[in-house]
Design a protein around this ligand. Structure first.
Ligand SMILES: NC(=O)c1ccc[n+]([C@@H]2O[C@H](COP(=O)([O-])OP(=O)(O)OC[C@H]3O[C@@H](n4cnc5c(N)ncnc54)[C@H](O)[C@@H]3O)[C@@H](O)[C@H]2O)c1
Length: 309
């Protein structure tokens, strides 16, 4: 079976590509290296350095004829989406439509889409978890594009019978996450602490997030190649951790002794996000296996070595 992984040079896409290759899939990667890295690409896959907006993508589909497409390429910077909403929509919406049109023309059996439970749902009250039917209230252009693509997938399913699975990720962390980006607090904290620099916490650090390890996200993606037809599925852990608590856990693992810099909270930031994953558990026959303590320890080890474990 052949699978095209868009964004396969990035954090999640490259971890997924490695696993797919291990499972015996024929993997094709498309990435323009906007934030992805060439060294992340598995040499056993075929790499095309291309933009998902490129009209010539049709030649790639014609040549490769993938059975599945795992769509991970995106402009992922929320702040950039606010500053440059046109660029954000060009990549995340028009680029995706370019992919979907090719999927339709070349008979792709299934598209798995990397959506975001972290940005689609609004505030989730303490003690509660957002199920997939929780009201969607994206508050950034980035979040709006994720919702918009979900609607396009429904359109392609209803109109052309093209199957999809929408995976709404919580906050993903793990090896190869960019420690220099705007998002990815785990990678940012680890990188700073290892360099003995003081990480910054925005607000009082009481914001809670559902942190899921990339290894578990990869497993969910594998299941989604044969299960969960035309469903939206939350992929998280149902466990929330405050930024302050995350800081303390990493401090302990790394042996970092300084206190964090506290600065003003970022406007529009949610106080709490937590995903209900019962639907993914039952439809994908999947459950997260790595708890935060183990996942963080492995991620620290990865960054300490400065390369793959
Ligand atoms: N990391 C998270 O916590 C998280 C949470 C929810 C959803 N997601 C989604 O998962 C996907 C992967 O995210 P990630 O964290 O691995 O980010 P990432 O930035 O590491 O990966 C995105 C990849 O897409 C590539 N790309 C960007 N624009 C492109 C374009 N125009 N053409 C071709 N390639 C392009 C980048 O070079 C990069 O390799 C994204 O769609 C993101 O929105 C991530």
């Amino acid at each position: 079976m052949k699978i095209l992984v868009t964004g396969g040079a990035g954090f999640i896409g490259s971890n997924l590509s490695d696993r797919l290759i291990k499972e015996g899939y024929d993997v094709v990667v498309v990435d323009n290296l906007a934030s992805g890295r060439i060294e992340n690409i598995n040499p056993k896959g075929r790499f095309y350095q291309m933009d998902i907006r490129d009209k010539n993508l049709s030649f790639l589909f014609e040549k490769e004829r993938p059975d599945f497409v795992s769509h991970h390429a995106a402009q992922i910077d929320v702040r950039k989406s606010v500053a440059e909403p046109i660029f954000d929509a060009e990549v995340n919406v028009l680029g995706t439509i370019n992919i979907l049109e090719n999927c339709r023309k070349y008979g792709v059996k299934r598209v798995v889409f990397a959506s975001s439970g972290g940005v689609l749902y609004g505030e989730v009250e303490k003690g509660k978890k957002a199920k997939e039917d929780f009201p969607t209230r994206p508050i950034s252009p980035y979040g709006i594009t994720k919702l918009c693509v979900e609607k396009y997938l429904e359109f392609y399913q209803e109109t052309y019978g093209m199957n999809h699975v929408i995976l709404r990720y919580a906050n993903v962390y793990g090896r190869r996450q960019d420690p220099f980006g705007e998002a990815g607090v785990v990678a940012i904290f680890i990188q700073k602490m290892l360099k003995k620099e003081t990480p910054t916490i925005f607000g009082d650090g009481s914001q809670e997030r559902d942190y899921v390890c990339v290894d578990d996200v990869v497993e969910a993606n594998l299941s989604a190649l044969s299960k969960g037809d035309n469903c939206k599925l939350n992929i998280g852990t149902e466990v929330t951790t405050s930024v302050q608590e995350l800081f303390l856990q990493l401090q302990k693992i790394i042996g970092f002794t300084k206190e964090p810099n506290l600065t003003q909270e970022r406007p529009g930031e949610l106080q709490r996000s937590c995903l209900d994953i019962s639907k993914a558990k039952s439809l994908l026959d999947w459950a997260p296996k790595k708890n935060l303590a183990k996942g963080l320890a492995e991620t620290v080890e990865y960054f300490r070595k400065g390369s793959d474990i």
